[in-house]
Design a protein around this ligand. Structure first.
Ligand SMILES: [Zn+2]
Length: 288
């Protein structure tokens, strides 16, 4: 499994890969995700990258370091565990880690410490000292559900990567937001007002993925409204019925057309704010 498989083809993945290519991975990395399995999998993959002995792309998945890391038996990858019956990693465990990290790696060219359990404030303060002046070839990877549990001083010495949650959940969330905005726009079109139209349509300029979805939905709404105008069913949601009632057929056809044009402009990477302004003007023209 690659880092991309674990954390998705995201900006975070691209950032980490760019650092990897330049061999400039930071010595302290924090993976934040409500999905703790995902954060731990990302930590394991980064640990593997850190110990891999390939001169080419890392992790190679073939060298002895990669194989041992995959099996969780690499002697240079340490998982910091809570000792006794405590609730969090304490200062004792961190002190042990600190004295260990000055000892040369056993087999790889680097040592990795993974901390997935909550740390006490004292433990974090102890860790901070080593983060300020880390020994060479040592990497610390912290995973957490929320970076709010990490002290600001520790955060400032680390690179924080927020891993997105489940892709399907993110897609559902985007769809919900798009539907809300599309309905909002559909609602203001029949009102013969300027400002509300401008305000709602300009929200398209903020987010390309959202704009794409909103335009798709609006295109469907206008088509249904046109059908409703020819054969009224009265069964459509109020915003569709209102579009069908207030607008002429010609206006609805024009709206379908300008929405298709806007989608095309979006696919050609046009300026988002210009697109929103253009679309707003076209809606206004279509309305009359
Ligand atoms: Zn390898």
């Amino acid at each position: 499994m690659s880092l991309k498989d674990i954390i998705g083809d995201s900006e975070v993945c691209r950032q980490i890969e760019a650092l990897m290519d330049n061999r400039r991975l930071p010595h302290a990395v924090i993976f934040e995700s409500r999905d703790s399995i995902k954060a731990k999998a990302a930590a394991k993959e980064l640990a593997k990258i850190s110990v891999c002995s390939s001169e080419g792309k890392r992790p190679c998945g073939k060298c002895i370091n990669c194989i041992k890391a995959e099996k969780d038996i690499h002697p240079d990858i340490y998982k910091v565990k809570i000792t006794d019956k405590k609730q969090a990693v304490g200062v004792g465990e961190i002190r042990e880690l600190i004295s260990d990290c000055y000892i040369k790696p056993n087999e790889a060219s680097a040592k990795v410490y993974i901390i997935s359990d909550k740390m006490t404030a004292e433990a974090q303060n102890a860790l901070l000292k080593i983060l300020e002046e880390p020994p060479q070839n040592v990497r610390f990877i912290i995973t957490c559900e929320s970076s709010t549990v990490v002290l600001k001083t520790v955060l400032s010495r680390s690179s924080l990567y927020k891993l997105s949650e489940d892709n399907k959940r993110a897609a559902d969330e985007l769809d919900k937001k798009a539907e809300e905005l599309a309905v909002e726009i559909a609602n203001v079109i029949p009102q013969n007002t300027e400002m509300p139209l401008l305000t709602t349509v300009s929200k398209l300029g903020k987010d390309k993925a959202l704009a794409q979805k909103v335009l798709e939905k609006l295109s469907v709404y206008f088509s249904i409204a046109l059908e409703e105008k020819f054969i009224p069913t009265g069964k459509q949601p109020p915003y569709i019925r209102e579009l069908a009632r207030v607008l002429r057929k010609k206006s609805l056809v024009s709206l379908i057309d300008v929405t298709a044009q806007a989608q095309k402009m979006l696919s050609q990477n046009c300026n988002m704010n210009l697109l929103a302004t253009w679309y707003c003007a076209k809606i206004r023209q279509s309305r009359h």
